[in-house]
Design a protein around this ligand. Structure first.
Ligand SMILES: Cc1cc2nc3c(=O)[nH]c(=O)nc-3n(C[C@H](O)[C@H](O)[C@H](O)COP(=O)(O)OP(=O)(O)OC[C@H]3O[C@@H](n4cnc5c(N)ncnc54)[C@H](O)[C@@H]3O)c2cc1C
Length: 438
Protein backbone atom coordinates (compact mmCIF):
# COMPACT_ATOMS: atom_id res chain seq x y z
CA UNK A 1 0.00 0.00 0.00
CA UNK A 2 1.38 3.45 -0.85
CA UNK A 3 1.31 6.22 1.78
CA UNK A 4 -1.31 8.61 0.48
CA UNK A 5 0.10 11.59 2.37
CA UNK A 6 3.59 11.25 0.99
CA UNK A 7 4.87 11.26 -2.58
CA UNK A 8 8.22 9.59 -3.12
CA UNK A 9 9.96 11.42 -5.96
CA UNK A 10 11.03 9.07 -8.73
CA UNK A 11 9.85 6.84 -11.53
CA UNK A 12 9.85 3.65 -9.48
CA UNK A 13 7.45 5.21 -6.95
CA UNK A 14 5.21 6.39 -9.80
CA UNK A 15 5.14 2.91 -11.31
CA UNK A 16 4.27 1.44 -7.92
CA UNK A 17 1.33 3.82 -7.65
CA UNK A 18 0.19 2.95 -11.13
CA UNK A 19 0.38 -0.72 -10.32
CA UNK A 20 -1.56 -0.27 -7.06
CA UNK A 21 -4.25 1.77 -8.80
CA UNK A 22 -4.76 -0.35 -11.92
CA UNK A 23 -7.49 -2.65 -10.54
CA UNK A 24 -9.56 0.43 -9.61
CA UNK A 25 -9.17 2.26 -12.95
CA UNK A 26 -12.36 0.85 -14.47
CA UNK A 27 -15.96 1.25 -13.34
CA UNK A 28 -14.84 1.66 -9.76
CA UNK A 29 -13.09 4.91 -10.69
CA UNK A 30 -16.10 6.16 -12.62
CA UNK A 31 -18.36 5.53 -9.63
CA UNK A 32 -16.17 6.86 -6.83
CA UNK A 33 -13.68 9.35 -8.26
CA UNK A 34 -15.61 12.45 -7.22
CA UNK A 35 -15.50 11.68 -3.52
CA UNK A 36 -12.81 13.25 -1.43
CA UNK A 37 -12.40 10.85 1.50
CA UNK A 38 -9.50 12.88 2.90
CA UNK A 39 -5.71 12.65 2.76
CA UNK A 40 -5.54 9.22 4.41
CA UNK A 41 -7.76 7.56 1.85
CA UNK A 42 -7.00 8.13 -1.77
CA UNK A 43 -7.77 4.70 -3.20
CA UNK A 44 -10.56 6.03 -5.44
CA UNK A 45 -8.21 8.14 -7.59
CA UNK A 46 -4.79 7.35 -9.03
CA UNK A 47 -2.76 10.07 -7.23
CA UNK A 48 -0.43 9.88 -10.21
CA UNK A 49 -0.43 13.60 -10.98
CA UNK A 50 3.02 14.50 -9.59
CA UNK A 51 4.49 11.67 -11.70
CA UNK A 52 2.55 12.51 -14.85
CA UNK A 53 3.25 16.22 -14.53
CA UNK A 54 7.01 15.57 -14.60
CA UNK A 55 6.69 12.64 -16.96
CA UNK A 56 8.39 10.35 -14.52
CA UNK A 57 5.61 8.15 -15.81
CA UNK A 58 4.15 9.07 -19.21
CA UNK A 59 0.53 9.34 -20.26
CA UNK A 60 1.25 6.81 -22.99
CA UNK A 61 2.29 4.11 -20.54
CA UNK A 62 -0.48 4.89 -18.04
CA UNK A 63 -3.08 4.57 -20.79
CA UNK A 64 -1.48 1.45 -22.24
CA UNK A 65 -1.39 -0.30 -18.90
CA UNK A 66 -4.97 0.69 -18.06
CA UNK A 67 -6.13 -0.61 -21.44
CA UNK A 68 -4.19 -3.82 -20.97
CA UNK A 69 -6.31 -4.43 -17.88
CA UNK A 70 -9.70 -2.87 -18.67
CA UNK A 71 -11.88 -2.48 -21.74
CA UNK A 72 -12.03 1.02 -23.24
CA UNK A 73 -15.68 1.18 -22.12
CA UNK A 74 -15.10 0.37 -18.46
CA UNK A 75 -12.03 2.63 -18.20
CA UNK A 76 -13.64 5.40 -20.24
CA UNK A 77 -13.82 7.91 -17.40
CA UNK A 78 -10.24 7.46 -16.29
CA UNK A 79 -8.98 7.62 -19.87
CA UNK A 80 -10.86 10.87 -20.39
CA UNK A 81 -9.31 12.38 -17.28
CA UNK A 82 -5.83 11.58 -18.54
CA UNK A 83 -6.74 13.27 -21.82
CA UNK A 84 -7.88 16.35 -19.90
CA UNK A 85 -4.22 16.90 -19.18
CA UNK A 86 -3.33 16.76 -22.89
CA UNK A 87 -6.26 19.05 -23.58
CA UNK A 88 -5.07 21.77 -21.21
CA UNK A 89 -1.48 21.40 -22.38
CA UNK A 90 -2.54 21.75 -26.01
CA UNK A 91 -4.88 24.60 -25.15
CA UNK A 92 -2.08 26.64 -23.62
CA UNK A 93 0.31 25.76 -26.45
CA UNK A 94 -2.14 27.16 -28.96
CA UNK A 95 -3.14 30.10 -26.74
CA UNK A 96 0.08 31.18 -25.03
CA UNK A 97 -1.46 34.61 -24.44
CA UNK A 98 -3.40 33.03 -21.54
CA UNK A 99 -0.16 32.34 -19.70
CA UNK A 100 1.35 35.77 -20.51
CA UNK A 101 -1.81 37.55 -19.38
CA UNK A 102 -1.94 35.50 -16.17
CA UNK A 103 1.69 36.29 -15.36
CA UNK A 104 1.22 40.01 -16.00
CA UNK A 105 -1.93 40.22 -13.88
CA UNK A 106 -0.23 38.26 -11.12
CA UNK A 107 2.74 40.64 -11.06
CA UNK A 108 0.30 43.53 -10.64
CA UNK A 109 -1.55 41.79 -7.80
CA UNK A 110 1.63 40.87 -5.99
CA UNK A 111 2.61 44.55 -6.15
CA UNK A 112 -0.85 45.54 -4.89
CA UNK A 113 -0.42 43.23 -1.87
CA UNK A 114 2.43 45.49 -0.78
CA UNK A 115 0.33 48.63 -1.20
CA UNK A 116 -3.18 47.81 0.01
CA UNK A 117 -3.41 46.73 3.64
CA UNK A 118 -7.02 45.43 3.58
CA UNK A 119 -6.40 43.34 0.48
CA UNK A 120 -3.19 41.92 1.97
CA UNK A 121 -5.00 40.98 5.21
CA UNK A 122 -7.75 39.12 3.39
CA UNK A 123 -5.19 37.28 1.26
CA UNK A 124 -3.04 36.40 4.26
CA UNK A 125 -6.04 35.19 6.26
CA UNK A 126 -6.97 32.86 3.40
CA UNK A 127 -3.43 31.47 3.11
CA UNK A 128 -3.18 31.05 6.87
CA UNK A 129 -6.37 28.95 6.83
CA UNK A 130 -8.23 31.52 8.92
CA UNK A 131 -11.34 32.13 6.85
CA UNK A 132 -13.71 30.34 9.23
CA UNK A 133 -14.87 28.16 6.31
CA UNK A 134 -14.04 24.74 7.73
CA UNK A 135 -13.42 22.95 4.44
CA UNK A 136 -11.32 25.71 2.92
CA UNK A 137 -9.15 26.07 6.02
CA UNK A 138 -8.62 22.29 6.09
CA UNK A 139 -7.61 22.24 2.40
CA UNK A 140 -4.99 24.91 3.05
CA UNK A 141 -3.50 22.71 5.79
CA UNK A 142 -3.70 19.60 3.60
CA UNK A 143 -2.07 21.26 0.62
CA UNK A 144 0.76 22.62 2.74
CA UNK A 145 1.31 19.23 4.35
CA UNK A 146 0.94 16.90 1.39
CA UNK A 147 1.42 18.97 -1.80
CA UNK A 148 -1.79 17.46 -3.18
CA UNK A 149 -5.55 18.08 -3.21
CA UNK A 150 -8.32 15.95 -4.69
CA UNK A 151 -9.73 17.34 -7.95
CA UNK A 152 -13.09 18.11 -6.40
CA UNK A 153 -11.43 19.93 -3.49
CA UNK A 154 -9.43 22.00 -6.00
CA UNK A 155 -12.65 22.99 -7.72
CA UNK A 156 -14.40 23.94 -4.48
CA UNK A 157 -11.27 25.72 -3.27
CA UNK A 158 -11.01 27.83 -6.44
CA UNK A 159 -14.73 28.59 -6.40
CA UNK A 160 -14.67 29.73 -2.76
CA UNK A 161 -11.55 31.79 -3.42
CA UNK A 162 -13.13 33.60 -6.36
CA UNK A 163 -16.81 33.88 -5.43
CA UNK A 164 -16.90 33.84 -1.61
CA UNK A 165 -13.57 35.38 -0.61
CA UNK A 166 -13.63 37.54 -3.73
CA UNK A 167 -9.89 37.40 -4.17
CA UNK A 168 -8.28 37.64 -7.64
CA UNK A 169 -8.18 34.21 -9.31
CA UNK A 170 -4.57 34.73 -10.36
CA UNK A 171 -3.41 34.91 -6.73
CA UNK A 172 -5.26 31.69 -5.95
CA UNK A 173 -3.79 29.95 -8.99
CA UNK A 174 -0.37 31.19 -7.91
CA UNK A 175 -0.84 29.83 -4.39
CA UNK A 176 -1.76 26.42 -5.81
CA UNK A 177 1.06 26.22 -8.32
CA UNK A 178 3.54 27.10 -5.55
CA UNK A 179 2.25 24.29 -3.34
CA UNK A 180 1.09 21.47 -5.61
CA UNK A 181 3.71 18.85 -6.37
CA UNK A 182 1.89 18.47 -9.68
CA UNK A 183 1.71 22.26 -10.19
CA UNK A 184 1.45 22.76 -13.93
CA UNK A 185 1.13 25.99 -15.93
CA UNK A 186 -1.54 24.53 -18.22
CA UNK A 187 -3.69 22.38 -15.92
CA UNK A 188 -3.59 24.88 -13.10
CA UNK A 189 -4.13 28.11 -15.04
CA UNK A 190 -6.82 26.67 -17.31
CA UNK A 191 -8.65 24.98 -14.41
CA UNK A 192 -8.83 28.22 -12.45
CA UNK A 193 -10.15 29.94 -15.55
CA UNK A 194 -12.64 27.09 -15.99
CA UNK A 195 -14.02 27.65 -12.47
CA UNK A 196 -14.15 31.43 -12.90
CA UNK A 197 -16.03 31.38 -16.20
CA UNK A 198 -13.15 32.45 -18.44
CA UNK A 199 -12.31 29.11 -20.05
CA UNK A 200 -15.82 28.39 -21.27
CA UNK A 201 -16.95 31.97 -21.45
CA UNK A 202 -19.71 32.71 -18.96
CA UNK A 203 -19.88 29.22 -17.38
CA UNK A 204 -18.78 29.10 -13.78
CA UNK A 205 -18.55 26.51 -11.03
CA UNK A 206 -20.26 27.28 -7.72
CA UNK A 207 -19.20 25.40 -4.59
CA UNK A 208 -22.29 24.43 -2.60
CA UNK A 209 -22.29 23.38 1.08
CA UNK A 210 -24.46 20.29 0.49
CA UNK A 211 -22.28 19.16 -2.39
CA UNK A 212 -19.12 19.57 -0.29
CA UNK A 213 -20.67 17.78 2.69
CA UNK A 214 -21.95 14.95 0.47
CA UNK A 215 -18.75 14.27 -1.42
CA UNK A 216 -16.51 14.56 1.65
CA UNK A 217 -18.47 12.00 3.65
CA UNK A 218 -19.77 14.70 5.98
CA UNK A 219 -16.30 15.78 7.05
CA UNK A 220 -17.23 19.43 6.42
CA UNK A 221 -20.23 21.72 6.75
CA UNK A 222 -19.00 24.99 5.31
CA UNK A 223 -20.96 28.12 6.15
CA UNK A 224 -21.24 31.49 4.48
CA UNK A 225 -20.49 30.37 0.93
CA UNK A 226 -21.49 32.59 -1.97
CA UNK A 227 -24.84 31.62 -3.44
CA UNK A 228 -24.04 32.93 -6.89
CA UNK A 229 -21.07 32.70 -9.19
CA UNK A 230 -21.15 35.54 -11.70
CA UNK A 231 -18.65 34.88 -14.47
CA UNK A 232 -15.39 36.79 -14.50
CA UNK A 233 -14.73 38.83 -17.60
CA UNK A 234 -11.70 39.74 -19.65
CA UNK A 235 -10.89 41.33 -23.01
CA UNK A 236 -11.02 38.86 -25.91
CA UNK A 237 -7.98 36.64 -26.32
CA UNK A 238 -6.10 36.39 -29.61
CA UNK A 239 -7.26 33.52 -31.82
CA UNK A 240 -5.69 30.11 -31.30
CA UNK A 241 -2.34 29.89 -33.06
CA UNK A 242 -0.50 27.03 -34.69
CA UNK A 243 1.66 24.90 -32.45
CA UNK A 244 5.15 26.27 -31.99
CA UNK A 245 7.64 24.13 -33.89
CA UNK A 246 10.17 22.31 -31.73
CA UNK A 247 13.59 23.96 -31.85
CA UNK A 248 15.79 22.16 -34.37
CA UNK A 249 19.45 21.90 -35.34
CA UNK A 250 21.91 20.11 -37.59
CA UNK A 251 21.54 16.31 -37.94
CA UNK A 252 25.16 15.60 -36.99
CA UNK A 253 27.62 16.59 -34.33
CA UNK A 254 28.47 15.54 -30.78
CA UNK A 255 25.23 15.37 -28.82
CA UNK A 256 24.39 16.00 -25.17
CA UNK A 257 21.06 15.36 -23.45
CA UNK A 258 19.42 17.96 -21.21
CA UNK A 259 16.80 16.94 -18.65
CA UNK A 260 14.34 19.37 -17.10
CA UNK A 261 11.34 18.86 -14.87
CA UNK A 262 9.08 18.90 -17.94
CA UNK A 263 10.00 15.38 -18.99
CA UNK A 264 11.93 12.93 -16.85
CA UNK A 265 11.62 9.76 -18.89
CA UNK A 266 14.29 10.35 -21.54
CA UNK A 267 14.55 6.59 -22.14
CA UNK A 268 11.31 6.78 -24.16
CA UNK A 269 12.19 9.87 -26.22
CA UNK A 270 13.38 7.74 -29.10
CA UNK A 271 17.03 8.71 -28.80
CA UNK A 272 19.74 6.44 -30.12
CA UNK A 273 21.15 4.32 -27.31
CA UNK A 274 24.73 5.08 -28.39
CA UNK A 275 24.34 8.66 -29.55
CA UNK A 276 24.56 10.62 -26.31
CA UNK A 277 27.97 11.84 -25.13
CA UNK A 278 26.93 13.47 -21.83
CA UNK A 279 23.79 14.19 -19.79
CA UNK A 280 22.94 17.26 -17.70
CA UNK A 281 19.90 18.38 -15.75
CA UNK A 282 18.54 21.60 -14.31
CA UNK A 283 15.15 22.85 -13.23
CA UNK A 284 13.28 26.15 -13.43
CA UNK A 285 11.03 25.31 -10.48
CA UNK A 286 11.52 28.78 -8.96
CA UNK A 287 10.06 30.21 -12.14
CA UNK A 288 6.62 28.89 -11.22
CA UNK A 289 5.94 32.14 -9.38
CA UNK A 290 7.32 35.55 -8.46
CA UNK A 291 6.68 34.46 -4.83
CA UNK A 292 8.57 31.69 -3.03
CA UNK A 293 7.76 28.17 -4.21
CA UNK A 294 7.05 25.72 -1.34
CA UNK A 295 10.11 23.84 -0.12
CA UNK A 296 8.34 20.52 -0.58
CA UNK A 297 7.73 21.33 -4.26
CA UNK A 298 11.37 22.31 -4.74
CA UNK A 299 12.55 19.16 -2.98
CA UNK A 300 10.24 16.89 -5.00
CA UNK A 301 11.23 18.49 -8.29
CA UNK A 302 14.96 18.37 -7.57
CA UNK A 303 14.81 14.77 -6.38
CA UNK A 304 12.76 13.80 -9.43
CA UNK A 305 15.39 15.41 -11.62
CA UNK A 306 18.07 13.45 -9.75
CA UNK A 307 16.16 10.25 -10.43
CA UNK A 308 15.96 11.12 -14.14
CA UNK A 309 19.70 11.84 -14.22
CA UNK A 310 20.56 8.54 -12.53
CA UNK A 311 18.47 6.58 -14.99
CA UNK A 312 19.88 8.49 -17.96
CA UNK A 313 23.46 7.89 -16.78
CA UNK A 314 22.75 4.16 -16.58
CA UNK A 315 20.82 4.04 -19.85
CA UNK A 316 23.45 5.82 -21.94
CA UNK A 317 26.46 4.80 -19.86
CA UNK A 318 27.76 8.37 -19.62
CA UNK A 319 28.30 10.98 -16.94
CA UNK A 320 25.15 12.82 -15.81
CA UNK A 321 25.60 16.10 -13.94
CA UNK A 322 23.31 18.63 -12.36
CA UNK A 323 23.92 22.13 -13.70
CA UNK A 324 24.05 25.02 -11.22
CA UNK A 325 21.18 26.70 -13.09
CA UNK A 326 19.11 26.45 -16.25
CA UNK A 327 20.88 29.27 -18.08
CA UNK A 328 22.79 29.78 -21.33
CA UNK A 329 26.00 30.23 -19.31
CA UNK A 330 25.68 26.92 -17.46
CA UNK A 331 24.58 25.07 -20.62
CA UNK A 332 27.41 26.60 -22.68
CA UNK A 333 30.06 25.70 -20.08
CA UNK A 334 28.82 22.13 -19.90
CA UNK A 335 28.64 21.77 -23.70
CA UNK A 336 32.19 23.06 -24.12
CA UNK A 337 33.51 20.74 -21.43
CA UNK A 338 32.21 17.77 -23.43
CA UNK A 339 32.86 19.19 -26.90
CA UNK A 340 29.12 19.20 -27.72
CA UNK A 341 27.74 21.07 -30.70
CA UNK A 342 24.16 19.92 -30.10
CA UNK A 343 22.00 19.70 -26.96
CA UNK A 344 18.82 17.69 -27.25
CA UNK A 345 15.96 18.02 -24.78
CA UNK A 346 12.28 17.10 -24.54
CA UNK A 347 10.00 19.81 -25.94
CA UNK A 348 9.24 22.34 -23.20
CA UNK A 349 5.57 23.35 -23.23
CA UNK A 350 4.47 26.87 -22.25
CA UNK A 351 5.88 27.68 -18.82
CA UNK A 352 9.08 28.65 -17.05
CA UNK A 353 11.35 26.03 -18.66
CA UNK A 354 10.25 27.04 -22.17
CA UNK A 355 10.85 30.70 -21.30
CA UNK A 356 14.39 30.03 -20.11
CA UNK A 357 15.22 27.82 -23.10
CA UNK A 358 13.86 30.38 -25.56
CA UNK A 359 16.26 32.93 -24.08
CA UNK A 360 19.20 30.54 -23.98
CA UNK A 361 18.87 29.15 -27.53
CA UNK A 362 20.09 32.21 -29.49
CA UNK A 363 22.95 32.78 -27.02
CA UNK A 364 24.06 29.16 -27.45
CA UNK A 365 23.62 29.34 -31.22
CA UNK A 366 26.14 32.20 -31.34
CA UNK A 367 28.60 29.83 -29.64
CA UNK A 368 27.97 27.14 -32.23
CA UNK A 369 25.74 25.05 -29.95
CA UNK A 370 22.29 24.07 -31.23
CA UNK A 371 19.40 23.43 -28.85
CA UNK A 372 17.11 20.75 -30.27
CA UNK A 373 13.70 19.74 -28.91
CA UNK A 374 11.90 16.43 -29.31
CA UNK A 375 8.11 16.52 -29.12
CA UNK A 376 6.50 13.25 -28.17
CA UNK A 377 4.12 11.55 -30.59
CA UNK A 378 1.44 11.72 -27.88
CA UNK A 379 1.59 15.53 -27.71
CA UNK A 380 1.91 15.84 -31.46
CA UNK A 381 -1.27 13.80 -31.88
CA UNK A 382 -3.38 15.36 -29.10
CA UNK A 383 -2.53 19.04 -29.02
CA UNK A 384 -3.96 20.05 -32.42
CA UNK A 385 -7.39 18.98 -31.10
CA UNK A 386 -7.23 21.29 -28.08
CA UNK A 387 -8.04 24.63 -29.67
CA UNK A 388 -11.71 24.60 -28.69
CA UNK A 389 -13.58 22.83 -25.88
CA UNK A 390 -12.64 19.41 -24.45
CA UNK A 391 -15.43 17.77 -26.42
CA UNK A 392 -13.52 18.10 -29.70
CA UNK A 393 -10.58 16.19 -28.21
CA UNK A 394 -12.79 13.71 -26.38
CA UNK A 395 -14.44 12.75 -29.66
CA UNK A 396 -11.01 11.89 -31.04
CA UNK A 397 -10.01 9.57 -28.19
CA UNK A 398 -10.82 6.34 -30.10
CA UNK A 399 -8.84 7.42 -33.18
CA UNK A 400 -6.01 8.82 -31.05
CA UNK A 401 -5.85 5.55 -29.12
CA UNK A 402 -5.50 3.68 -32.36
CA UNK A 403 -2.95 6.10 -33.79
CA UNK A 404 -0.86 5.91 -30.61
CA UNK A 405 -1.21 2.16 -30.25
CA UNK A 406 -2.66 2.53 -26.77
CA UNK A 407 -4.68 -0.63 -26.82
CA UNK A 408 -1.98 -2.67 -28.47
CA UNK A 409 -0.22 -3.54 -25.23
CA UNK A 410 2.98 -2.05 -26.61
CA UNK A 411 3.97 -0.87 -23.14
CA UNK A 412 6.50 -3.14 -21.57
CA UNK A 413 4.60 -4.49 -18.58
CA UNK A 414 7.87 -5.85 -17.28
CA UNK A 415 8.89 -2.29 -16.52
CA UNK A 416 5.71 -1.73 -14.55
CA UNK A 417 6.23 -4.75 -12.38
CA UNK A 418 9.98 -4.49 -12.05
CA UNK A 419 10.69 -2.46 -8.94
CA UNK A 420 14.39 -3.00 -9.52
CA UNK A 421 14.30 -0.49 -12.36
CA UNK A 422 15.54 2.30 -10.09
CA UNK A 423 15.05 3.18 -6.51
CA UNK A 424 12.06 2.27 -6.11
CA UNK A 425 -14.74 13.50 -14.08
CA UNK A 426 -17.14 14.45 -16.34
CA UNK A 427 -17.90 17.32 -13.93
CA UNK A 428 -20.75 18.89 -15.65
CA UNK A 429 -20.48 22.58 -15.22
CA UNK A 430 -23.82 23.07 -13.84
CA UNK A 431 -22.93 24.85 -10.71
CA UNK A 432 -23.58 21.65 -8.78
CA UNK A 433 -21.78 18.74 -9.51
CA UNK A 434 -19.13 16.43 -9.27
CA UNK A 435 -17.59 15.83 -12.49
CA UNK A 436 -15.08 18.01 -14.32
CA UNK A 437 -13.00 19.78 -15.60
CA UNK A 438 -11.82 16.57 -15.59
C1 LIG B 1 -8.32 24.65 -9.61
C2 LIG B 1 -7.62 23.43 -10.15
C3 LIG B 1 -6.24 23.42 -10.28
C4 LIG B 1 -5.61 22.29 -10.81
N1 LIG B 1 -4.23 22.32 -10.94
C5 LIG B 1 -3.60 21.24 -11.47
C6 LIG B 1 -2.19 21.24 -11.63
O1 LIG B 1 -1.50 22.22 -11.35
N2 LIG B 1 -1.61 20.11 -12.13
C7 LIG B 1 -2.33 19.01 -12.48
O2 LIG B 1 -1.74 18.00 -12.89
N3 LIG B 1 -3.67 19.00 -12.36
C8 LIG B 1 -4.32 20.07 -11.87
N4 LIG B 1 -5.68 20.04 -11.73
C9 LIG B 1 -6.43 18.90 -12.29
C10 LIG B 1 -6.76 17.75 -11.31
O3 LIG B 1 -7.32 18.26 -10.15
C11 LIG B 1 -5.55 16.90 -10.96
O4 LIG B 1 -4.83 16.52 -12.11
C12 LIG B 1 -5.99 15.63 -10.22
O5 LIG B 1 -6.75 15.97 -9.09
C13 LIG B 1 -4.77 14.83 -9.80
O6 LIG B 1 -5.15 13.75 -8.99
P1 LIG B 1 -5.03 12.25 -9.51
O7 LIG B 1 -3.68 12.04 -10.08
O8 LIG B 1 -5.46 11.37 -8.41
O9 LIG B 1 -6.11 12.27 -10.67
P2 LIG B 1 -6.93 11.08 -11.35
O10 LIG B 1 -8.35 11.38 -11.16
O11 LIG B 1 -6.46 9.77 -10.92
O12 LIG B 1 -6.61 11.32 -12.89
C14 LIG B 1 -5.47 10.73 -13.55
C15 LIG B 1 -4.63 11.80 -14.20
O13 LIG B 1 -5.37 12.50 -15.19
C16 LIG B 1 -4.99 13.88 -15.20
N5 LIG B 1 -6.15 14.69 -14.81
C17 LIG B 1 -7.20 14.28 -14.04
N6 LIG B 1 -8.09 15.29 -13.93
C18 LIG B 1 -7.59 16.33 -14.62
C19 LIG B 1 -8.02 17.65 -14.88
N7 LIG B 1 -9.19 18.10 -14.43
N8 LIG B 1 -7.26 18.46 -15.61
C20 LIG B 1 -6.08 18.04 -16.09
N9 LIG B 1 -5.60 16.79 -15.90
C21 LIG B 1 -6.34 15.96 -15.17
C22 LIG B 1 -3.88 14.04 -14.18
O14 LIG B 1 -2.63 13.95 -14.82
C23 LIG B 1 -4.13 12.87 -13.24
O15 LIG B 1 -2.96 12.46 -12.56
C24 LIG B 1 -6.36 21.17 -11.22
C25 LIG B 1 -7.76 21.19 -11.08
C26 LIG B 1 -8.38 22.31 -10.55
C27 LIG B 1 -9.87 22.29 -10.42
Amino acid sequence: MTDSRHFEPGRAAGLLRLRAFLPAAGRDYAARRNSDYGPDRRDNVSVLSPYLRHRLVTEQEVLESVLARHSPASAEKFIQEVFWRAYFKGHLETRPAIWRRYREALAGQVAALGEKGGFRKAYQAALAGRTGIDAFDAWIAELEETGYLHNHARMWFASIWIFTLRLPWELGADYMIRHLLDGDPASNTCSWRWVGGLHTKGKTYLARPDNIAGFTGGRFSPRGLAKEAPALEEPPLPAAQRLRLPMSGPPDGPLGLLLTEEDLHPESLGLDRAGIRAVAGASAVDGRSPLPVAEAVQAFTEAALGDGLDRAARHWGVEAVRLPSLTAIALGDWARRHGLSRIVTAYAPVGPVAEVLAEAAPVLARQGIALIEIRRAYDEACWPHATRGFFALKEKIPSLSEQLGLGAGAFDQGDLFDSGSGAPGGFVRTTEGAGQAG
